[in-house]
Every structure is written in structure tokens, then in C-alpha cells.
Ligand binder design. Structure first.
Ligand code: PRT
Ligand code: ZN
Length: 283
């Protein structure tokens, strides 16, 4: 049995549970329960605030955790980052009132910066040799300049609309973050085996995300060109058709490339193109 700490509510909760579900692990959502055992994998979810997850894993109360890389860095937790999970992507940025002229990080010298991430900010300011005052506040950092407690802010940015709504502009992007799977250092043998199984499943899930399976009929004369258009995992699958001048070609592509590829394939004579969702790719 292995215990995994997951955010009880907030931005990472749903996607953390969705990830577990997509790799075949059912756990109950955190209603009133702090702990929930899976019925189909030897894992138990412990629901916590995200701020507590790095230390809970470092201290061994849970052996694994799903949390933003920003929290791991801020808490300085001594844990292993075992997988990047591709959701909860955001950045920690410095932002200033939009009317200010900005000509580089020296702007911050002697100014007050409001943030909930003093450790990451202090490190950045030290690297840039900037002497600024850090005002630690835990919520609504973006209103700091408007209410006069700071000249600038250092906060999480994702779409940037919160900054705009508060009359601020992003001037330095300091730290890129996403949800990560963390593990306690020195896992025992049984836990290591369970983690390896989870990582194997997560990898296959990550590879299959945003992929489409394409099938089409193609004149054999166009095959070389089609293979250039469709670099598949090894190479596309080619199957004979009853009509000897034609073949059937199967391949996996990135969904984002779908319409460009379809246009190129039509141009070399592809017909009857079938596009299907990919559930799992196991390499
Ligand atoms: O209650 P608990 O302590 O567990 O949750 P929380 O309120 O501290 O955190 P939560 O749920 O807001 O965020 C959890 C994690 O999600 C963060 O630590 C980040 O790793 C990640 N994440 C991704 C974000 C965002 N995107 C995000 N946009 N966390 C916060 N924001 C906020 C940001 O603070 C700002 O207020 O959204 C606003 C900016 O968003 P845009 O889109 O307007 O730029
Ligand atoms: Zn939090």
C-alpha cells in the first residue's frame, strides 16, 4: 500500500483525480473524507491543502504527492520530482502598474514587492543582485499596488487576465510551473515497485494525450511521400488492398497537426480518411 497526497479542493484537485482515473485507479473524491483507499490499486489518497503537500511527503506521512512545482520550490522540500504531469501549468512573474516605464530588473531596486512566494522571489533578487523589500501576503496579492502596500507584485500568472483586470503588466517571468508527482526520498522496495507501475501508466497516458489515429486508402505510387508526411512512432503501418495499385495506411499523429496533414495527404491522392481518438499508447 502506498499513500498519495492530493489537493483536497482547488485548481489541482479535479485534474489529479482525473489523472488517477485515466490510469485505471479509482479513489473516492474528497467529500468529508480525509483518506480514501482505492478498490482497484494498493493506493490510498490523503486530501490536503496544497501548501502542506511538500512537507507531508518529505516527512513521510505520505510517500507520494501531486502538487505544483512552485509549492515544492517555495517550501524547499527535500523530495524527488518523479514526473511532470502537464496540467496546472503557470508561471511566477513580476508585474508592475501598467503605466510605469520598465527598462529591466533594476526597476525593482528599493521598491516593495508583494508576494506569497518570498523564497523563490528572494532567490531571484539575489541572483540579479537587486535590493528590494518583500511584503509577504497570503491572498489577493494582485491588489497590493492599488491599495498602496507594494509597488509591484510577484505572483502566479496563467492567462494574464487577473493582471490586466488589476491594471498591472507582467515584466519578468521568473519560474515555470506545472503539477508534478513527488516522492519521499528512500522509498521501500514495495513502494518503489508500486511507484514504477504508476510511472509506467502515467507515461503511456502522457504519450497518448492529444494524439489521433489516422487510417486512409492511398495510391501505392504516393506511399513514399505519405511516409514523409506521417512520421509515426516507428513507421506507418501499410496494408495491401484488393486493388493492387492501392494500399491502406495507418498512423498516429498529433491532434494539433490533423488538418495540415489531412490537406497534404488529400493532395497526394489519399481517400476515405478515418480519424479516431487514441485511448492508450503503450510503448
Ligand atoms: O486551498 P489550497 O491551499 O489547497 O489552494 P490554493 O488556493 O493555495 O491554490 P490553488 O488551488 O489556487 O492553486 C493550486 C496550484 O495550481 C498552484 O500552486 C499552481 O501550481 C497551480 N496554478 C495554475 C494556479 C494557477 N494556474 C492560477 N492561475 N494557481 C493560482 N492561479 C491564480 C493566481 O494566484 C492568480 O490569482 O490565478 C490568478 C491568475 O490567473 P490568470 O489566468 O488570470 O493569469
Ligand atoms: Zn495553498
Amino acid at each position: 500500500m502506498i499513500r498519495i497526497a492530493i489537493q483536497s479542493k482547488g485548481r489541482l484537485n479535479e485534474e489529479s483525480l482525473a489523472l488517477l482515473q485515466s490510469i485505471g485507479i479509482d479513489v473516492d473524491a474528497p467529500k468529508r473524507k480525509l483518506l480514501s483507499k482505492s478498490q482497484n490499486f494498493p493506493i490510498e489518497a490523503l486530501y490536503l491543502r496544497d501548501d502542506d503537500i511538500p512537507q507531508v511527503v518529505a516527512g513521510g506521512t505520505a510517500s507520494l504527492g501531486i502538487v505544483g512545482l512552485n509549492e515544492v520550490e517555495e517550501k524547499g522540500a527535500d523530495v524527488d520530482i518523479v514526473a511532470r504531469l502537464g496540467f496546472g501549468t503557470c508561471r511566477l512573474s513580476l508585474a508592475i502598474p501598467k503605466g510605469e516605464d520598465y527598462d529591466g530588473p533594476d526597476w525593482f531596486s528599493g521598491r516593495r514587492i508583494a508576494t506569497s512566494y518570498p523564497v523563490i522571489l528572494r532567490k531571484y533578487l539575489a541572483e540579479k543582485q537587486i535590493d528590494a523589500k518583500i511584503e509577504v501576503i497570503t491572498g489577493s496579492v494582485e491588489i497590493g499596488p492599488a491599495i498602496g502596500i507594494a509597488d509591484a507584485i510577484f505572483d502566479i500568472v496563467s492567462s494574464g487576465s487577473t493582471l490586466i483586470a488589476n491594471g498591472l503588466k507582467e515584466v519578468e517571468s521568473v519560474f515555470e510551473s506545472e503539477a508534478v508527482l513527488i516522492a519521499r526520498k528512500g522509498l521501500g522496495e514495495e513502494e518503489r515497485t508500486l511507484l514504477d507501475d504508476l510511472l509506467f501508466r502515467i507515461e503511456s497516458e502522457t504519450i497518448s494525450r492529444g494524439k489521433k489515429y489516422l487510417m486512409m486508402n492511398l495510391p501505392k505510387a504516393s506511399l513514399d511521400e505519405a511516409i514523409r508526411i506521417l512520421p509515426a512512432m516507428r513507421s506507418p503501418t501499410v496494408m495491401p488492398l484488393a486493388s493492387t495499385d492501392w494500399c491502406s495506411l495507418h498512423s498516429v499523429i498529433n491532434a494539433a497537426d490533423l488538418w495540415t496533414k489531412v490537406r497534404q495527404l488529400k493532395a497526394i491522392g489519399a481517400e476515405g480518411i478515418l480519424v479516431m481518438d487514441v485511448d492508450k499508447i503503450i510503448l
